[in-house]
Design a protein around this ligand. Structure first.
Ligand code: S3P
Length: 437
């Protein structure tokens, strides 16, 4: 198969304004909650990336009508849990951990049989973390040695549970909440640390009986959802590449417009500010139930830090590009308590360690983190391991490298940020796309 490869050339400066595409987590949730609402859920700013389109397709296989409206919005026409029908073919969630884990919660306990699978990367990722609590609620779920394919069989209804999550995971929490909508009684979910709360916010907006705080969430089922319009903010995790890029190379500043700044997502800002990054949050406002703002960054002298444990789950998707900031900083940056990075789309500790090592940065890995010795990025060849965030992070590293950085296997960028290379070019990156073999 022919692979797409990028060559990211160093540039003297970047700058200007850009808007990033819609939030991936929120787009998934709008589809999944819309699929079981009693009235239409209209989504403005839906992210049409491969991950979200895989979830959309799976829902259509289950009989949900999803309409592309002339005004550019998406309308999801759900009919409660009972509107979901058997799919004769397996549901293929592609590369998407969010898609498969939340879908497992949605389908648990229904009177239909479903098989959920995905690409080679997804078929290596742990699924017992959702299967265990859903079984405790009465679901019949089988994984394949802990991974996809997942088979869900009819089990005669669900009951509420009181579950303490061993790891802070919004995907596990959301899968349980989706199942709890269809379970008798009050479900209580206890988190060991704060994880993103988009599901809770959207459930509240659609009328669910949900309460609690950051660490303990309660939902009483069974519960019907109403409809409404959901505005999707720009994805903070996509903006993250431009935030770091601006800190490395925007002499006159770079502004990223209308980005989601939900406090459960912006650990990266805390980390970069602690490193000395000049970051301004402009025009903070609400888009429905989610806070958004314009983020302005400029070239800054960064210094290494010890990352606080509390920031880790709030920045879990941003570590690839954070390690690039650490490579450009003066001194040492230490991250620990981030073992979850090993079970993302790739093992992001090994993938980033080997990418940074290939461009002359000294790193040391641990089972739950990494130490990065800041220095001059030399340039060289790196492998993205088919992981969208590794590819984009190393494209950012190329901005200030001594010689170009060649990044292999970048096609999967389309899972979260179709059009990244063009958006980057518009603010001054110099990325050449090549077809490899
Ligand atoms: C996500 C939650 C996070 C994150 C993933 C998206 C979500 O995973 O890494 O990219 O949409 O709920 P965990 O919940 O497993 O930490």
């Amino acid at each position: 198969m022919r692979q797409v490869r990028w060559v990211s050339h160093p540039v003297s400066s970047i700058g200007g304004r850009l808007a990033v595409p819609g939030d991936k987590s929120i787009s998934h949730r709008a589809l999944l909650l819309g699929a079981i609402a009693d009235e239409p859920v209209v989504v403005r700013g839906f992210l049409a990336s491969e991950d979200c389109l895989a979830t959309r397709h799976a829902l259509e296989q289950l009989g949900v009508r999803i309409e592309d409206r002339d005004d550019g919005k998406l309308a999801v026409h759900g009919a409660g849990h009972e509107g979901l029908k058997t799919s004769l073919t397996p549901l293929d969630l592609g590369n998407s951990g969010t898609g498969i884990r939340l879908m497992t919660g949605l389908l648990a306990g229904l009177p239909i049989e479903s098989v959920l699978t995905g690409d080679a990367s997804l078929r290596r990722r742990p699924m017992e973390r959702v299967a265990v609590p859903l079984r405790a609620m009465g679901a019949d779920i089988q994984t394949s040695d802990g991974c996809p394919p997942i088979t869900i069989r009819p089990s005669g209804g669900l009951r509420a549970c009181d579950y303490s999550m061993p790891v802070a995971s919004a995907q596990v929490k959301s899968a349980i909440l989706l199942a709890a909508l269809n379970a008798e009684g009050q479900t209580i979910i206890r988190q060991p640390a704060v994880s993103r709360d988009h599901t809770e916010r959207m459930l509240q907006a659609l009328g669910a009986d949900i309460s609690g705080d950051d660490m303990e969430i309660r939902l009483t089922g069974p519960c019907r959802l109403g409809g409404g319009e959901i505005g999707v903010p720009g994805d903070f995790s996509s903006a993250a590449f431009f935030i770091v890029a601006g800190l490395l190379a925007a002499d006159q500043g770079l502004t990223i417009e209308a980005v989601g700044i939900n406090p459960t997502r912006i650990g990266l800002l805390k980390m970069l500010e602690a490193m000395g990054g000049e970051i301004e949050i402009l025009s903070p406002r609400m888009l429905g139930q989610e806070p958004v703002a314009d983020i302005r960054v400029r070239r800054s002298s960064l210094v290494g830090i010890d990352v606080k444990q509390a920031w880790v789950p709030l920045a879990i998707d941003e570590f690839p590009v954070f390690f690039v900031a650490a490579a450009a900083a003066q001194g040492t940056t230490r991250v620990s308590g981030a073992g979850e990075l090993r079970v993302k789309e790739s093992d992001r500790i090994e993938a980033m360690a080997s990418a940074l090592d290939s461009v002359g940065i000294h790193v040391e890995t641990a089972s739950d983190g990494m130490t990065v010795q800041g220095g001059a990025v030399a340039g060289g060849m790196v492998d993205s391991h088919g992981d969208h965030r590794i590819a984009m992070a190393m494209a950012v590293a190329g901005l200030t490298s001594r010689t170009p950085i060649t990044i292999d296997d970048t096609a999967n960028v389309a899972t979260s940020y179709p059009g990244f290379a063009a958006a980057a070019a518009a603010v001054g990156f110099n990325i050449c796309e090549e077809q490899g073999s």
